[in-house]
Design a binder for this molecule. Sequence first.
Ligand code: ADP
Ligand code: NA
Length: 354
Amino acid sequence: KRSRTIFSGIQPTGVPHLGNYLGALREWVKLQRDANHGDQLIYSIVDLHAITVKQEREQLAKRKKELFASLLAIGLDPKRSIIFEQSRVPEHLELMWILSCNASMGYLGRMTQWKSKLALSENASPFEASAPNKPALKLGLFSYPVLQAADILVYGTTHVPVGEDQAQHLEFARDLAAGFNHVYAPHEGVEILRSPQTILSPAKRVMSLTDPTKKMSKSDPDPRSSILITDSKEEIRKKINGAKTDSLVGISYDRERRPGVSNLIDILCYMADDNTISPETLARDMGAANVSMKALKELVADTIDVGLRDVRGRYEDIMSLPIDHLSGLSKDGKSRARTEARKMVNTVYAALGL
Ligand code: ADP
Ligand code: NA
């Protein structure tokens, strides 16, 4: 069996939320558990992506530490996975420049992330975004998918576990790799940059608790919109209890017409993590048993509380360790990541004649 190189990243916006956990992080740990000898796992705290929007210095440093501790708390093991901070491995930026010289502005203009960050419509153009009455579109935010492609391609990654919202960026990364190989590989069919596969978690999209038509996101300023993986039993109970549902009687599953209730049912199924019960079946059984909304919410809160209890305990332990412990692990991750990334950058430079 061919060995795999698995890469993924997460922004240091503090302790991850339930959407990050179910949509991506729990998958990272599963891949580590199921890894074969020879597989490589590389997980990055993508701090250079975080600064595409304004960050406060002290807060960013604090959030990076909280994220590092969270990654250990969910079960990533620095002996089996390389865990590192993106800004410590400058090879990402070197490959990014090379890719930038081959990335099409038109293609980047069709990406949706910069539009949603600037609250622009889906068919907005970059020129519209730089109109005088609009918030300025910065080059870094616009070209963010090129850096993301470099993050992935610099390790010769074969598999990228992410949530559904990242699928478009991975398509872009594959196209950049293919375009680069086409122009710079010595013969047709030679792969210098390897095209990675997307691994989508079964928990595709966890929705916001306050507005279940939007995804749960760290950029939502309302703390009641998401559950953090370190939230206490009481905090979980309060947030789920306050989750927006509707005034229809009973429980049923309909993501279009009943997004709030459906999100709670989805969370129950995702937490169970054995794919034995579909949300439709679960909702039908609950509806038939006349389960009340209050009882559903209690069940969801209890399930999350039990499911995250160990993570919460480990997080407390890790945060109370001396700071040297985490910085030592981070340095070690950095050296291992740099060794891998340097090989690819050297190969790419040689292909270009640099
Ligand atoms: P956010 O979108 O909250 O800013 P990131 O962009 O750092 O978080 O995403 C980290 C990982 O979590 C990515 O793989 C992303 O696809 C996944 N993810 C983020 N939000 C959700 C969600 N609501 N449901 C499922 N997966 C999610
Ligand atoms: Na995201």
